[in-house]
Design a protein around this ligand. Sequence first.
Ligand code: AP5
Ligand code: ZN
Length: 227
Amino acid sequence: MAATSPIYIILLGAPGAGKGTQARLLAEKLSIPQVASGDLFRENLGNNTPLGLLAKGYIDRGELVPDDVTIRMVQERLHRSDAVRGAILDGFPRTIAQAEALARVLAQADRRIACVPYIRVSEKSLLARLSGRWICPICQTTYHVLYSPPKVSGICDKDGSILYQRPDDTEETARNRLQVYFQQTAPLIEYYRGKGLLVEVDGEQSIEAVQGALDDVVAQHVARLAL
Ligand code: AP5
Ligand code: ZN
């Protein structure tokens, strides 16, 4: 992948589809940061910032944080120096208004989206994935009790931290997040298909198989950016 243009890839998919898992792997491979709006909100929450406190109610209910706040936060993140060569966007955009704001920001800097892989997973699998998810509070690595367990139960393989479960992964909140996804975010599938950027990836496969499929898709589209 020898493209010199900055690379912007948007991972689209429902809660639990594997966006975070794959964004981390892709970011490492391409040496560009993973920009995850959910992680940014949780970071703010952990630091008790005004943004974190504002976002908390929405996150706890499984609703979307208002567009203006979210757009400002992600825009600021994309302007940091480590994102000068691009970013893997995970969880943003999530509404048409967010997608249009992103398009404006990138156009102003004469930058383009390489592709929008849509990780497709059935609703039944999504709920099973969310309820079995455990996360490292330090390095944010995501595990699953059945599909991707840590070597020692409850402990991060990388740094030995004690894993935790997200409060919005309870069954009731997870179901609401899925509803919100179908109503407000799923329209982005057709939006990006219409722009010729959408590439569907079967997300029901193993983590390694999804990773392989994404690597192929991304390699093709990044090569096109260089033309
Ligand atoms: P956010 O943190 O973005 O959560 P999400 O979109 O609901 O996505 P998840 O992190 O739940 O799932 P994922 O697709 O990353 O799956 P993962 O890789 O972890 O958002 C949280 C909240 O913040 C929102 O509800 C909202 O309030 C707010 N917010 C965030 N962004 C916003 C925005 N743009 N606008 C407004 N509000 C916003 O995988 C899930 C599990 O499955 C893991 O355990 C993993 O190990 C396992 N797994 C992954 N892949 C596979 C596989 N192939 N096979 C088997 N298991 C797998
Ligand atoms: Zn860790």
